[in-house]
Design a protein around this ligand. Sequence first.
Ligand code: ARG
Ligand code: ZN
Length: 449
Amino acid sequence: MNHRSLLLWMLFGSLLALAVARGNSNASLTGHVLGDHEDLNEIPVRYDDTELWRIHNISDALLWTVPVTEIMENKFGANIWKENPKYVDLSITKTQAKGARSFLNAHRLDTEVLARNVQDLIDEEQLEGIRATQAKLGRRIRKASNDGSEMNWNDYQSLETIYDYMREIRAKYPDICRLYTIGHTYGGRELKVLRISENPRDNKKIWIDGGIHAREWISPATVTFILSKLMDDWENQPKYIRELTWYIMPVMNPDGYQYSRTVNRLWRKNRSPSTIRANCFGVDLNRNFDIGWTSQGSSKDPCSDIYRGSAPNSELETKAVAEFLSKRKYNLEAYLTYHSYGQLIVYPWAFKAVKVKDANVLQRVANTAAERIIQKTGTPYKAAVTHEVLGIAGGGSDDWSRGVLGVKYVYTVELRDRGLNGFVLPPKYIKDTAIEGWTVAETVAQAIG
Ligand code: ARG
Ligand code: ZN
């Protein structure tokens, strides 16, 4: 070995040691997070001069075997917000809009402009949240009191605030709460699950998660709201709620969540680097579970937003959840996972165009939830089997919990809205949307009985 390569090896070695040391210390000792510092070094991505489009009748073009979504993504640099058998929502820069339009016209595809400037949506969301928080602080000062909690549903909250809130609840109800760190992310952040149970040994179990996809901020907000609904008045909850064991994981993808808060509002995946494509990051965690992993609706390309990873469970987040739940599948009756957007309550399967055997039961419970939501907030939710309304996609946590763990009541809830703001849902809608999410959880709990 010559001088230069020896030096390089020494450098490599010490960098590796440094990385390992940082990875360990930040997670276990201080609770301080390595990832935040790294994210803050990046220049935030802006979406000026970017429009939000909906392309209709997408399956007509599919009959002609034109991969519209792929072409929009790869040729015109579009960011796919949502794809289903009927339409595709995407954001696209004004520079690319012209070319994209003539391509779409050539294929007789109707395009509707949902928003003229995506950055405006993002800015408004942020401003509104700041105003709401200031208004609340003002009230608090006037009352000269402090409830001791930063947590609220006037705005979207940081990972730290969410984790502090979980710790606070566990400190307040130590007899029935248990807080787990079920693993760590690539960025060294903790993966946290709160268990609420009066009888862990015998109770039937329900699992609830949020934040699988980073940009779907309403999801962690809803799951923390569900937590507050349970715990603010636990003693007066009906029997069917108190006699369950609740597992609650508000943020399954903490790295992605923080990245979407600090760098790129529209980030979807986690943040693990690809080993085969130097500049591409992240795996779609909802394509990384070990069921129908190679079926359609996910991508082999590490740069894609729906990259399925190098193997099932290749990601720390997926692996941690799969291991945790596999050990607890006994009596596990329900698996609820919150996403946005679309206002849907869907059940398996997603990885194949088949319904589960007891689909009529799952449809009925979902219908009940949707009816109750209409009564409470007036918002329409559609109950359906996943592949029919969202298209086929493998590797999802919902299918996995059903297919591998054998959970009966499996639902993916797509919260608000239906495309007006998409992921960038104004904070003023958080509370009502969270009530809708809570209504689904309540209804499923009752169905378990
Ligand atoms: N929007 C969610 C996603 O794309 C829907 C999940 C439905 N379930 C599924 N296994 N695809 O991941
Ligand atoms: Zn999602």
